[in-house]
Write a protein that binds this ligand. Structure first.
Ligand code: 5AD
Ligand code: SF4
Length: 469
C-alpha cells in the first residue's frame, strides 16, 4: 500500500461542465489526504458531484459542500481530521449567519474506521461516507439536504466503479498527461501493523473490460502515462479477453497496445505477488517504466515474521536479483517502518544492512505508529519514541544519500522525458524521468505530452536539470 503523504485540494479537477446555466452552480471543496488512491477517489467523487450539478472550488469559504477525503494509515490522522473539522464548523456557522448552507462530509479511511463516532464528536458533520460507497454520494447528499445525517460505511454489494460516472473529456484533458487508474482495491495480507485490510476491505480486482475502457478514454484525452493503482496492485487478477485468467503482467501487455499510451507504471506491490509474468513484462515491455516500488518494511527476519510479511530478507533480495536480471536499468523504491514492537538494535542494523545492499533510488520510511484494532498495537515491547526517532534519522540519512547518488549517476546520460507541465519559473517546463524524478527543461524543448530525449546536466534537491539531446 502506498504512502507519499500529501494534502491537496481537488482544484485541478474543478469541473465547470455540469453546472446548469440557469441556477447558480453549487460548489464543492474537496481536500485530499494520504495516498494516490485517495487522489484518484477524490477525482471520481468530483466527477460524481459534477453530474449532480456541483462545480469544484479551491476557496473553502465559497463551498456549499466541503468534503474531506481522509487517511488513516499513520500518526494521529483522525485527530488531524477532527481539528480540521473544528475550523470548518466555524466557517459553516459564518455562512449560516448570512443564510447560506455549508454541508460537511467526511470520506476516506478515517470515515470507514470511525463511522458514526465522527458525527458524535463533530456534530457539524452532515455525512460520513466510506471508500466502498462513493457511487452513492449523490443519493446520500439528496437525503442530507432533506435534513438527515448519514453514515454510509457498509460495504456495497454493487460494483462502485460501474456506478461512478466517467469525467467529461474536457475535464480529463485539464487533468494533464499523466493519470492514475485504480485496478485493485483492498488487501487480504493482514500485515500486523496495517489498518488497510480493515478500512479498504478485502481484495477486489476490477474487470479487464472496465480497466481497458477507462485507459482508452484517458489515452483519447491525451494521457501519455498511466499509473495503475492498488493497495496490493500486483495481486490484481481477472478473466482476460481470451477467456484465460490474467495477472497484472498480462494486463500491462494489453494496456501497452492502446494507441497514445506511452508509459505504464503500477503501485504498490507486495513481494509475494511478483510473479514470472510480471517480471517478464519488465523485460519485454518498453512502455513499462523501469521503476518499481516494492516495500520490504524491515531487513530483520524476526521482525518480518512479527509483521506477518510472510517472506524473509533473503527471499526479497533473491527476488530483486531476478527483477534486475530481467531489466538492468530498473530503479527500486521501498517503504520502511522503524520501531515495530520488539525491534532491537540488531534488528534495525539488519534493515540498514539490507538498504546498503539494495541501494534504493528513492524510499519512504516511517516510525511505527500503533493503529487501533491491528495486532501490532497490542504487542508487548513497544519501542520508545526517542529510539524510533533516532533510528528513523539514521535510516533517512542513508536513504537520502542513496537517492542523491542515484540522481548524480544520471548526470551526462541521455534519457527520455515526458513533458508534463509549465515550470515554476518562467521559461521552464517540467518533465518526468523514467524513474519518476522531475526533469527541468527549457520551455522550448517540447510541448506538454511530448516525450523528448534530453541530456542530464545537473541535479537539484529532488530533481534533474536537462537540455535537449
Ligand atoms: N506505522 C507506520 N507505518 C505504517 N505503514 C503502514 N502502516 C503503518 C503503521 N502502522 C507504512 C508502510 C506501508 C506504507 C504505506 O505506510 O511502510 O508500506
Ligand atoms: Fe497493509 Fe500489508 Fe496489505 Fe500493504 S500488504 S496494504 S502493508 S496489510
Amino acid at each position: 500500500m502506498d504512502l507519499n503523504t500529501i494534502e491537496r485540494n481537488e482544484t485541478d479537477s474543478a469541473s465547470q461542465s455540469a453546472a446548469a446555466a440557469s441556477a447558480p452552480a453549487k460548489k464543492v471543496f474537496v481536500k485530499t489526504y494520504g495516498c494516490q488512491m485517495n487522489v484518484y477517489d477524490s477525482q471520481r467523487m468530483t466527477d460524481a458531484l459534477a453530474a449532480d450539478g456541483y462545480t469544484a472550488t479551491d476557496v473553502i469559504a465559497d463551498a456549499d459542500l466541503v468534503l474531506l477525503n481522509t487517511c488513516h494509515i499513520r500518526e494521529k490522522a483522525a485527530e488531524k481530521v477532527y481539528s480540521e473539522l473544528g475550523r470548518i464548523r466555524d466557517m459553516k456557522a459564518e455562512r449560516a449567519a448570512v443564510g447560506r448552507e455549508m454541508l460537511i462530509g467526511v470520506a476516506g479511511c478515517v470515515a470507514q474506521a470511525e463511522g458514526a463516532e465522527i458525527i458524535r464528536r463533530s456534530p457539524a458533520v452532515d455525512l460520513v461516507i466510506g471508500p466502498q460507497t462513493y457511487h452513492r454520494l449523490p443519493d446520500v447528499l439528496a437525503r442530507v439536504r432533506g435534513g438527515e445525517k448519514i453514515v454510509e460505511t457498509e460495504y456495497a454489494i454493487e460494483d462502485k466503479f460501474e456506478h461512478l460516472p466517467q469525467p467529461k473529456r474536457a475535464e480529463m484533458i485539464k487533468r494533464g498527461v499523466t493519470a492514475f487508474l485504480t485496478v485493485q482495491e483492498g488487501c487480504d495480507k493482514f500485515c500486523t501493523f496495517c489498518v488497510v485490510p480493515y478500512t479498504r476491505g478485502s481484495e477486489v480486482s476490477r474487470p479487464v473490460a472496465q480497466i481497458v475502457a477507462e485507459a482508452e478514454r484517458l489515452a483519447d484525452a491525451g494521457v501519455r502515462e498511466v499509473t495503475l493503482l492498488g493497495q496490493n496492485v500486483n495481486a490484481w487478477h481477472g478473466k482476460g479477453e481470451d477467456g484465460m485468467e490474467w495477472g497484472l503482467g498480462r494486463l500491462l501487455f494489453r494496456l501497452a497496445e492502446i494507441p497514445g499510451l506511452a508509459r505504464l507504471r503500477y503501485t504498490t506491490s507486495h513481494p509475494r505477488d511478483m510473479d514470472d509474468e510480471l517480471i517478464a513484462a519488465h523485460r519485454d515491455l518498453p512502455a513499462l517504466m523501469p521503476y518499481l516500488h516494492l516495500p520490504v518494511q524491515s531487513g530483520s527476519d524476526r521482525i518480518l515474521k512479527a509483521m506477518n510479511r510472510r517472506h524473509t530478507a533473503k527471499d526479497y533480495l533473491a527476488l530483486l536479483e531476478r527483477i534486475r536480471a530481467a531489466r538492468g536499468d530498473i530503479a527500486l523504491s521501498g517503504d520502511f517502518i522503524v520501531g515495530f514492537p520488539g525491534e532491537t538494535d540488531a534488528d534495525f542494523e539488519a534493515t540498514m544492512g539490507l538498504v546498503r545492499q539494495v541501494n534504493y533510488a528513492s524510499a519512504f520510511s516511517f516510525k511505527y505508529s500503533p493503529r487501533p484494532g491491528t495486532p501490532g498495537a497490542d504487542m508487548p515491547d513497544q519501542v520508545p519514541e526517542a529510539v524510533k526517532d533516532e533510528r528513523l534519522q539514521r535510516l533517512q540519512a542513508l536513504l537520502l544519500k542513496q537517492q542523491q547518488d542515484f540522481g548524480l549517476s544520471l548526470v551526462g546520460c541521455t534519457i527520455d522525458t515526458l513533458i508534463e507541465k509549465p515550470g515554476r519559473q518562467a521559461g521552464q517546463k517540467v518533465g518526468r524521468s523514467p524513474w519518476l524524478q522531475p526533469v527541468i527543461v527549457d520551455e522550448k524543448a517540447g510541448e506538454i505530452g511530448d516525450i523528448i530525449r534530453v541530456r542530464i546536466t545537473k541535479t537539484g534537491y529532488n530533481s534533474l536539470f536537462a537540455e535537449l539531446a
